[in-house]
Structure formats: C-alpha cells, structure tokens
Design a protein around this ligand. Structure first.
Ligand code: DN4
Length: 300
C-alpha cells in the first residue's frame, strides 16, 4: 500500500518558523533600537541657545580676558607674574559654560577665587557706589589704592559681559540675561557678588568708600556696596570706614555727610563695631575733578 505522507508547501516549513520566544526577543530588540535612536536624536540634535534681553557675551571675550590678564600680571603688577592666565580663563569659564545662566551659584566661582589670591595692603582699599569713573581716575593718579577693578579679577572682568548656555560648551554670543531680568543668579551678577564679598572680607585698617553726593541717596542699601561689601567688612581687622561724598563739580554743593542717607550708613557701621567718618568733597579727589574744570571756584 502506498504510504502517502503530506509534505509541507514551501514557505511554510518548520525550519523558518520563529518560536514565540524568538519573536518576543526580536520585538524587544526592535523597541530598544528605536528608543536609543530617539534618545540620541534628542540629545545630539543641535538646539538653539536660550534667548535673553541683555547684551551678549563681549565679542573676542577669551582674547580680551587673556590680554588683560597678561597686561596686569606681566606689566602692571609683575609681582603676580607667576599667575597662569590660561588656567585662570579655563577655571573662570568652568563656572558658567554649559549651564543655564539663571542658575549660577557662588560655589560655581569657588575654584576661581581659590586659584587667584591677591593681598591688598591695609588702609588701601577703596569701595565706591555710583562713582565708578571718578574712583578709578583717583586710584590711577594716586597709585597706591585699590578699587576692586584694580585687583586682577576685577581688572579682567571690568565692563565685560558673559554667559553660557546648556546646549553648548561655548559662550553665548547672541544674548545674555540682564541682571534685572528676573534672573538674579546670572554669571555676571554672581561673579561681582562673590568677588565684592571676598574683597570686603580681606580689607583691613582704615577703609574708604567714595559715594555720589549729587544723588538724593548717596548710600543705597540695595547697591553692592550697601548690601554686600559693608556687611562683609571684618570688625576685627577694619577699625574705621571713611566715606568721601563727592559732588558733581558743576552742581550746587550740599552737605551730604549730615543727611539721612549717610546717617543710615553710619548706624550700620557703628552697629558693627567700627568707627565711621565722613567728608564732603575730599580735597585730593576734588583735585582730580578740577583737572577737567580748572576754572571752577572750588579749584583755586
Ligand atoms: P553701582 O554704581 O550701583 O553699580 C556698579 C556697577 O555694577 C554698575 O555698572 C551696575 O550696573 C552694576 N551692578 C550693580 N548691581 C549689580 C548686580 N546685582 N549685578 C550685576 N551688575 C550690577 O554701585 P554698587 O554699590 O552696586 O557696586 C559698586 C561696589 O561693588 C564697588 O565698591 C565694587 O567693589 C563692587 N562692584 C563693582 C562692579 C563693577 O566694577 C560691579 C558690581 C560691584 P548698572 O546699574 O549700571 O546697570 O562693574
């Protein structure tokens, strides 16, 4: 008797049928492959930097930074010639690059302030508020006093703008947050707060502050001087704060030292166990103003 066996039609042979287990493995593998492609696209796709209302990072920032650092350490203060400007730049950038510019912390700048140390002699610290230009003209001529911008970090950063962006390790040359843009913890504000605090903590002896007597409030509590520097003077090292209240030479001169704004400063200083003294139109600074107004009655 013939022995008929049913044969399988081609394409439906047992050798090619995937087991249930293999099908599951293949499916899971496919899902994982698609997921990793999606994740790679999300993370590696170039993203546009965040947009802000303030000026962008100063053009040629790294070159200006390095140039100023070299001028300061090699020419102006050769006693600091061993400072490594390239390392200072990379440490500075490490504080804010690749980060959201509204989330910068004081700790971010800690490596920088640990790297750059500078000793200011006692009696030679000059703070200022709303009188930057005159204070700098004065220390330049006087030669021995230091504003913050006469120290290495202040000198390098003076009038520069900078910020980073989470999408890139470069600086943001399109826009940066303005310090009043509901973003107080931006790289520039935090930097000035940190180095203003260190500058004040290090001051010793008699310290000076130049204030603007042509304003109704020469002492302003919310300024960096009024909120950071004055509260970080160390009463164990600073025995006196001397205020020079300078009036615009063209304006009528009033006696600001006896006004309520300066009195507020006096009370803060005395409460912190330091002596306070105040002088309207300190003569040596008035002489600097007189260079541009030699005919003024107060200059003869
Ligand atoms: P100020 O004359 O009111 O301000 C001085 C400069 O700092 C101006 O260009 C301000 O910008 C700017 N500034 C003030 N507050 C901030 C902030 N939170 N974030 C970013 N920039 C700000 O005087 P002050 O009393 O506020 O600051 C002067 C004192 O602090 C000095 O004794 C310095 O040692 C130190 N400091 C220096 C600088 C700097 O050289 C900056 C901050 C602090 P704007 O109001 O013109 O827009 O630039």
């Amino acid at each position: 008797m013939a022995n008929y066996e049913f044969s399988q039609v081609s394409g439906d042979r047992p050798c090619c049928r995937l087991s249930r287990k293999a099908q599951i493995c293949l499916g899971v593998g496919l899902v994982l492959l698609i997921a990793s492609v999606v994740i790679a696209v999300i993370f590696l796709w170039p993203r546009a930097p965040l947009v802000w209302k303030g000026n962008p990072t100063t053009k040629h920032f790294p070159e200006i930074f390095l140039g100023r650092c070299l001028v300061y350490t090699q020419i102006l203060r050769p006693e600091m010639r061993d400072q490594d400007c390239k390392k200072i730049l990379s440490t500075f950038k490490g504080a804010f690059v690749s980060k959201n510019p509204c989330n910068i912390t004081r700790e971010d700048y800690e490596p920088l302030v640990q790297l750059v140390t500078q000793t200011i002699p006692c009696d030679k610290t000059l703070f200022w508020s709303k009188s930057k230009h005159l204070a700098h003209e004065y220390t330049r001529v006087q030669g021995k006093m230091f504003t913050l911008e006469d120290t290495l970090l202040g000198y390098i950063a003076d009038d520069l703008m900078w910020c980073g962006d989470p999408s890139t390790s470069d600086m943001n040359y399109d826009s940066c947050p303005h310090w009043s843009e509901n973003c107080p913890d931006n790289p520039v504000s935090v930097f000035w707060k940190v180095i203003s605090q260190k500058f004040a903590e290090a001051a010793c002896g008699v310290v000076q502050v130049m204030l603007n007597g042509s304003l109704s409030e020469p002492f302003y509590r919310n300024s960096t001087f009024g909120s950071v520097e004055v509260f970080n003077l160390d009463p164990n090292k600073v025995h006196k704060l001397q205020a020079w209240v300078m009036h615009n030479i063209e304006a009528d001169s009033s006696n600001s030292c006896s006004g309520s704004s300066i009195n507020e400063l006096k009370l803060i200083v005395q409460k912190r166990n330091m002596t306070f003294a105040c002088q309207d139109n300190y003569r040596p600074v008035r002489f600097v103003q007189c260079v541009k107004n030699p005919e003024h009655a107060s200059c003869s």
